[in-house]
Each structure stands twice: as C-alpha cells, then as structure tokens.
Design a protein around this ligand. Structure first.
Ligand SMILES: N[C@@H](CCC(=O)N[C@@H](CS)C(=O)NCC(=O)O)C(=O)O
Length: 256
C-alpha cells in the first residue's frame, strides 16, 4: 500500500526524501481526480513498483512543485534510485516506468518489445489525446440541445477506433493483453460512462460498441483500476463544478 505523504495545500518540501532507497515518488491531485495521473497510478500498480504518493493541491501550483514539473501539472515522478531524476507527462512517465521495470527484470506486458505493437499502442494513445478526448468533453459541456446529436456522432466516430482495435486483437484488451493502450484511454472512457449517463442520459450503444463495453467491464475488474478510481458519486460531484462553470478542461472542451 503506498503511503500518502501529504494532502496539505502547498505539499511538502521537494528537497526531502533523497535517500536512494526511497521508493518512486508519484505526484498527483488529491482524491484520484485527474485522469492523466490515473494512467500513471495504474501503471505503477500494474508493474508492482514500490511508490509513495504526494498529493499536490492549489492553483497555481506551489513553487516547490514547479521545480519538479515546470508545467505545473500532474502526474510527475521522481526516482530516488536514478539520482532523483524527474519525469512528467503521463505518456512519458508510463513508458519510463515500463523501461524501468524491464531494467529491474520485472516481467510485464504493458509495453511489449515488438516494434509494431509498440507503434500501434502509441498511435492509439495519440488518437486518445488528439482526437477522441476532445469530442467527449465538447459533448459533455454542450448546452445547445440542437448540437447534441452532431457532437455525439463525432464522439462515437472517434470511439470506433477502439472498437476496431478490440475486434483485431480479439480482446479482452486493446493489444490482447493489458497494455499502455488500455490504461491510457480507460480513465476517459470511465468518465464518459459515468458523466454522460448523468448529464446527457447517454449510454454507449451495445449494437455499435459490444467489444468496447466488454473491455470496459474487464478493466473495471482489475485491482489497479479499482485502486486508482474515484467512486461514481465523487466523480459526479467533481464534474458538477466543471459542467456548471463551463470549464475548458485544458482545451479539451471546444464548446463555444
Ligand atoms: N498532457 C498532460 C496533461 C496533464 C494535466 O492536464 N493534468 C491536470 C490535472 S487533470 C493538471 O495537472 N492541471 C493543473 C493545472 O492545470 O494547474 C499529461 O498527459 O500528463
């Protein structure tokens, strides 16, 4: 069980914990609210790497945290056994963790060595960040009922990529075995299922997405997903604030 070092506003002094035996330090938002940090949380748990979790709060982020991630975002990692190297951006953190686990001779399937499989994972992850996620938040935040159908269709068109990948892999996961492709997109699909049901009374249609729905259920069974997830009630509470305020989600919501 990782220790949560602090949830206090302002966090702790980032110069502590330089002992080389200190576990990996994982910086996240309080309460498992960030989908990007959730990706890295899942990767740490799947790879069975010992880590401590530091919850960073406040906007803008405190100075000690900006020394760790100058972009002021979570997730970030600090690796005491590697001269306190600091890594940020979820996709880069997760690839690093896979390489680090391999270096420690831990067997894992998150990033298989085959170059084609690796490229396929990276393409799916690029699709999530540059195509799909925006469509979901734009639909969720849309207040013009006349636009809902068009925005929903745009989102479903983006999701077909995952349905097709699951047909190709024959499941249960996007590459067959659970990989970086699954943990990259899962936090967003989890938010889709809960928030769109709540605010738009929308459910992924089974006739279009049978494999994606089965995949979602398989993911929910994993211990790493359970440990890194907010409850449905908490997610609705967190998003209530954003939906009401028409928050931009770091550019993810393109609603006018
Ligand atoms: N591209 C980044 C996005 C990370 C991100 O946007 N994290 C949000 C929380 S969900 C954040 O830290 N926002 C803090 C802020 O903008 O002040 C990644 O993949 O790690």
């Amino acid at each position: 069980m990782p220790r949560v070092l602090t949830a206090i506003r302002g966090g702790y002094d980032a110069t502590v914990g330089t002992d080389p035996s200190t576990p990996i330090q994982f910086f996240t938002l309080p309460g498992c609210t960030c989908p990007y940090a959730q990706r890295t949380h899942i990767a740490l748990l799947e790879l069975l790497l010992p880590f401590d979790m530091t919850e960073v709060s406040g906007t803008p982020k405190p100075d000690w945290y900006l020394k760790i991630n100058p972009r002021g975002k979570v997730p970030a990692l600090r690796i005491p056994t590697e001269n306190n190297a600091v890594i940020y951006e979820s996709a880069i953190c997760n690839e690093f963790l896979c390489d680090y686990a391999t270096k420690l001779q831990k067997h894992h399937t998150l990033l298989p060595p085959d170059p084609i499989v690796k490229a396929k994972i990276r393409l799916l992850n690029d699709h999530c960040d540059n195509v799909y996620a925006k469509t979901q938040f734009t639909y969720l935040m849309n207040k013009d009922d006349g636009m809902d159908e068009e925005l929903r269709t745009e989102m479903e068109n983006a999701l077909i990529r995952y349905e097709d990948a699951l047909v190709e892999s024959k499941g249960p996961y996007l590459m067959g075995e659970f990989s970086l492709a699954d943990l990259h997109v899962f936090p967003f699909i989890q938010r889709l299922v809960i928030t769109l049901k709540h605010w738009k009374d929308y459910e992924l249609p089974n006739h279009k997405f049978p494999n994606l729905l089965a995949w979602h259920d398989s993911c929910l069974e994993r211990a790493s997903i359970k440990k890194s997830s907010m409850s449905k009630e908490k997610m609705i509470k967190v998003y209530e604030r954003f939906v009401t305020a028409d928050y931009k989600f770091g550019g993810l919501n393109r609603s006018k």
